[in-house]
Design a protein around this ligand. Structure first.
Ligand SMILES: [Zn+2]
Length: 136
């Protein structure tokens, strides 16, 4: 089995070569894709969402819900400390940034206004994610 606890590290030059320019801007420079633009926003297929930079499995399709916020949203994460949160005070707001715990790449933000029983809303850039179609 793949060791998913091992940290993935690359130099900025290596990341630039591995990722598309848009992915690099979001994952490594904490960018945000325009709302409504993401390829996974309306994805309803069954499967697993992974970190686009390192393949860490983060969410499954049954954690996804339609938040109407313009980004793919999830109400929980796959357990096991795959995601780290950091306090983010950029743009004059206090938010929780979510980061892949394996490679340190930026995923999106975590809000506590979710409509489901968890009360959580993981708001994630499609460009930060990859999708593996599979039966859950
Ligand atoms: Zn990662």
């Amino acid at each position: 089995m793949e060791d998913t606890t091992k940290k993935v590290t690359h130099t900025e030059e290596e990341w630039k070569e591995m990722l598309t320019p848009e992915q690099y801007r979001i994952l490594r420079k904490k960018g945000t894709e325009p709302p409504g633009s993401g390829k996974f926003l309306l994805n309803e297929e069954k499967g697993v969402y992974t970190c686009a930079a390192c393949g860490n499995e983060l969410f499954t399709s049954d954690m996804k819900f339609d938040s109407h916020c313009g980004w793919p949203s999830f109400d929980r994460e796959i357990p096991g400390g795959k995601i780290e949160t950091h306090r983010d005070t950029s743009f004059g707001m206090i938010r929780k940034e979510i980061v892949c715990n394996r490679c340190g790449s930026h995923l999106g933000h975590l809000f506590d206004d979710g409509p489901t029983e968890t009360g959580l809303r993981y708001c994630v850039n499609s460009l930060s994610l990859d999708f593996k179609k599979k039966e859950l």
